[in-house]
Each structure stands twice: as C-alpha cells, then as structure tokens.
Design a protein around this ligand. Structure first.
Ligand SMILES: O=C(O)CCC(=O)C(=O)O
Ligand SMILES: [Fe+2]
Length: 213
C-alpha cells in the first residue's frame, strides 16, 4: 500500500508568495482488484436516485446518481433534500470496517455517487453540512473510471488537481472543508462509469427522532 501524504504542510515555506496546501492524504491502490470488483458488482444493485435540486428557482436533476447508507438515525440533508439512511450493504459495510481497522476512522454513513460517464459531474462545494460531526475527516474511495478531482481555496482561489484512479482512497482531513472546496468536472472523453464512496461521521438524530420524510 503506497501512502502519499499530499500537501500536509499548512503553508509551504516559499518566500514572498506562500502556496497554501490543504491537508489530504492519498492512498493509491488502497483496494486490490478483487475488492474493487466485489464492490462494483454490489454497487450495480444499489437503489440510486437522481433527485432534482433548485438553482435560481428552477429545478434540475443532479448530474449523477446518489444513494446514502447509514446507521440508525444517521439521516442526511443535501441541497434541502431530506435523505433517510438506508441500511448498510454487505461490502460497503466491510469497507467501513476496513477503514476503522486501518485508520481508526469510524464512519456512520456513506454517500455513494455514480457517474455514468464523463458527462456526469459534481460542482464546487465543501462537505460542510451541519449534521457532519465537528472536526471529523471525510474519506473518499474511488472505483471504476479514473477522473480528475480539483480542490480550490476559498479565499485565494488557488487550485490543485489530483487524478483519482480505481481503488484509490483520499482522506480529506479536518479542517479542509472550512477552507477549500472540491469538484469533479465533466470529462467528455471518459466513457466508463465511476463510483465514489464518501464515508462520513454524522451526528445521529441530528434531524430529530421522528423526522418527516
Ligand atoms: O466523486 C468524488 O470524487 C467526489 C464526491 C464528493 O465530493 C461528495 O460526495 O461530496
Ligand atoms: Fe464532496
């Protein structure tokens, strides 16, 4: 397992024009081919959704599909859509256990995104929803097509690009989400699907014990 600590300095020591780096850790080939294949086979049967979001008063379907799995009470709200946690599928849960064993990372939910091809994408955002546990990291595991992943500093607009390949794992360490946004731009030449699992620690019952669904 090759672990590459990316940008782990808060500020690079460059005179006059400091370059700011976020704290992220990329573990290339975190999963082996068998693990990748098993997870993709499982993900092909997930009940993905393509909800509409409202932008300037108009409704648009999100340019990808998504599904949220989580422990009891670990529901989530994205773009004002309330999403009740579905029970963990077998191998997604095994991957959560592996992250716990390898890094002591205790996720209680995972958002799975499915990008059908390079036309599907995710715009600039931070994973800063109020139900995310304060000071928690977010762990992203990529499967399938390789895609470019960008990060952009909120104040300086500085950008970095990372290629995420099948089996790679990226830890976005706290407080990255406070200072940086990230995105997965369209890549018209990409024809194959990609799955991305972002494991999160949310506050159980943040939306109440009996939320209206
Ligand atoms: O697909 C990716 O690599 C990014 C996913 C993401 O940013 C998210 O689910 O919040
Ligand atoms: Fe994100």
């Amino acid at each position: 397992m090759k672990q590459q600590v990316l940008f782990n300095d808060r500020e690079a020591d460059v005179a006059h024009s400091p370059i700011i780096y976020p704290s992220m850790t990329l573990v290339e080939n975190y999963l082996n081919l068998k693990q990748i294949e098993t997870l993709i086979l499982e993900a092909q049967h997930y009940s993905f959704d393509k909800p509409n979001i409202t932008v300037y008063g108009k409704q648009y379907p999100i340019p990808r599909q998504q599904v949220w799995f989580g422990d009891e009470g670990c529901d989530y709200v994205f773009s004002s859509l309330y999403i009740k946690a579905l029970p963990w599928p077998l191998y997604a849960n095994k991957l959560r256990d592996k992250l716990q064993r390898d890094f002591g990372f205790n996720a209680n939910g995972v958002l799975v995104n499915r990008y059908n091809d390079g036309v599907d994408s995710m715009g600039w955002h931070s994973d800063d929803e109020p139900e995310i546990q304060p000071r928690s990291d977010i762990v992203s595991v990529s499967l399938g097509a390789s895609r470019d992943f960008f990060i952009r500093h909120k104040k300086t607009q500085q950008q970095h690009k990372i290629m995420l390949n099948s089996g790679d794992m990226l830890i976005m360490n706290w407080p990255m989400q406070d200072e940086w946004e990230h995105s997965l731009p369209k890549r018209k030449r990409v024809e194959a699907p990609r799955y991305n699992f972002t494991f999160r620690c949310v506050l159980p019952y943040f939306h109440g014990k009996h939320p209206r669904v």
